[in-house]
Design a protein around this ligand. Structure first.
Ligand code: ARG
Length: 562
């Protein structure tokens, strides 16, 4: 129910002459403090038209309002404050949630339009970094949020599976590697070879020449090079998939950079036909001065194509394949310039749909204050972080609930959920530090806290036993108000999260709802046998439904007990 519409209807007899419905609607505010009402209409916006003092307008308008559907309506200075009838409001929210269950908050704004989401996209033969974790979990949550808003998301893992690093890797493997070693521990071994290459080529620059030759062979389709490349890619993908499994995240496509090898000629041709390619020191570039950007380097002097050339081909491919309504790229803020250039070049090519491409950027993660990178050797294997989080969760469960059945599975859901939640509760453009102890705590602004709150709701429902029918939904207890209001907000939250491409909107909401519910639980006796018992249990059930759904939208599981 949209209560603003109810207020528009109430104001119409007094204001219909001067303002349209949507104008009235647009002016309605939500006061900061609840003692100022649940909604407020500012009358000073009419002072000019009516040539009266706002206070006077407020007093006159209030006379003409049918107040019967509200708890009360007050003129307070230049405002008319509306107080909703809390019992009716609460009953309606609960009725809606119990009827719609997990579909509560869904809408069909997206009209089933396709939205490819470029996410995760790690580089073959290197471990997934914490940065890739961010892309993975933000992308996955955005896919769920877009879907809840009626879009059809397509999760694409644009693997970094091509580039000169493969020349280096093949060189290193041929010199120091062994098949059995790689098979036993692919990512770590391949990384070891790669790191060793970079150490040794300082003293032996000839290694770089060998690597360049191998990459050339690979580009020319040489059999040995191609087979090694394929094998490295497969082995890497296998270990990436172990991590995706742990996170509970799947992809619709693994078309990586290599997929576009035969699709770049067309791009270069199109750019040429449109007269967009210019020579600059032997290289081919697109001038982007009018966008205030550096020229986009399309082809190097030796004819090699670049990262952006591949992304141009990928963008066009995605447009043709999906006819997208939006195309998202969940990639760190350090690539802002790249995506600006990408959009600008597409625009220059005359592709109006370049406006529907959005770079969903995010900040850095540090681990206990240290920056993470692959080269420096401070490699943080995501796998280890997840395992440690699960161990910590296990420890806390053992303390709190030693008898819990299926504790291993719950520890996984809590530990992994904690890491995901911590990532998503921060606005994505913020950088943040990652301290595992804090992330996995059952109290404070954590995922486990939200999961724990929902498990508490479930435990109340178990204690209550079977409820034949939720026939009485009116709660007079004012302690329930904050929770009911939060429940009613959920559909707006779902929309806002999609509009801003911001999972943190959902995470913060879930924390707020959990907090409100815990306060209610601490102050009111839910299971007492009186005539509001079913209504209170309906509220508990609704909280459980909405918390589970909010967590689901983040990609976090909801154990019934923990
Ligand atoms: N592999 C790249 C990296 O790790 C990210 C790719 C992002 N996606 C894209 N279409 N450029 O930095």
């Amino acid at each position: 129910m949209d209560y603003k519409k109810m207020i528009v209807a109430a104001l119409k007899p007094a204001l219909g002459e001067y303002l349209s419905d949507s104008e009235i609607y647009g002016k309605i505010e939500i006061p900061k403090e609840s003692k100022m009402g649940d909604y407020a209409f500012p009358t000073f916006t009419l002072a000019k038209v009516l040539r009266k003092a706002p206070q006077m307008i407020a007093n006159e308008v209030i006379e003409k309002i049918d107040q019967s559907q509200f708890e009360k309506v007050e003129a307070a200075g230049p405002y008319i404050n509306f107080f909703l009838d809390k019992t009716a409001f609460g009953a309606e929210v609960l009725e809606t949630i119990l009827a719609q269950k997990e579909n509560y908050g869904s809408n069909d704004e997206g009209n089933n339009g396709n939205v490819p989401i470029d996410m995760s996209s790690p580089n073959i033969a290197k471990p997934i970094s914490m940065g890739h974790l961010r892309s993975t979990v933000i992308g996955n949550s955005l896919a769920l949020i877009m879907n809840k808003n009626g879009y059809n998301p397509i999760k694409i893992n644009h693997l970094g599976d091509w580039g000169t690093q493969f020349g280096k890797l093949i060189t290193a493997y041929k010199l120091w590697g062994s098949e059995s070693e790689v098979k036993a521990d692919p990512i770590n071994k391949l990384l070891e070879y790669y790191v060793r290459f970079h150490k040794e080529d300082v003293e032996k620059p000839e290694l770089d020449d060998i690597a360049r030759d191998w990459f050339k062979k690979l580009e020319d389709g040489d059999e040995e090079a191609t087979n090694l490349w394929k094998w490295f890619r497969e082995e890497s993908l296998k270990s990436f998939k172990q991590i995706y499994d742990k996170l509970g995240i799947t992809f619709d496509s693994y078309k990586g950079e290599a997929f576009y090898n035969d699709k770049m000629d067309e791009i270069v041709q199109l750019l040429e036909d449109k007269g967009l390619l210019k020579e600059s020191q032997g290289a081919q570039v697109v001038d982007l001065e009018k966008y205030n950007l550096n020229p986009a380097l399309i082809k190097k002097t030796d004819g090699a194509t670049l990262y952006i050339t591949r992304d141009l081909a990928a963008a066009l491919y995605r447009y043709r394949t999906y006819n997208f309504v939006q195309s998202l790229y969940v990639v760190g803020a350090e690539q802002t310039n790249h995506f600006k250039q990408l959009k600008a070049v597409l625009k220059e090519m005359g592709f109006e749909w370049s406006d529907d491409i959005h770079h969903i950027q995010f900040g850095l993660i540090t681990l206990n204050g240290k920056k993470l990178s692959t080269r420096s050797g401070r490699v943080v294997l995501l796998d280890e972080v997840l395992n440690d989080a699960v161990d910590l969760a296990q420890k806390q469960i053992n303390e709190k609930n030693p008898e819990l059945e299926g504790a291993d599975e719950v520890a996984k859901e809590v530990g992994v959920g904690a890491v995901i939640f911590h990532d998503l509760k921060n606005e994505r453009t913020n950088s943040f530090d990652f301290n595992l102890e804090e992330v996995v705590r059952f109290e404070g602004e954590t995922g486990p806290y939200v999961q724990y709150s929902r498990a508490r709701a479930e435990s109340i429902l178990r204690k209550a036993g079977e409820i034949a029918e939720f026939d009485q939904l009116e709660i007079s207890d004012s302690n329930a108000w904050d929770t009911l209001k939060a429940l009613q907000e959920f559909p707006n939250i779902v929309k806002r999260a999609a509009d801003q491409y911001e999972p943190s909107v959902i995470a913060k909401y879930a924390l707020g709802l959990a907090k409100a519910f815990n306060k209610y639980y601490a102050n009111s006796k839910i299971l007492t046998d009186d005539n509001e018992r079913t209504a209170r249990l309906a509220l508990v059930k609704s909280v459980s439904i909405v918390l589970e759904e909010a967590l689901r939208l983040l990609g976090v599981k909801s154990p019934d007990e923990m």
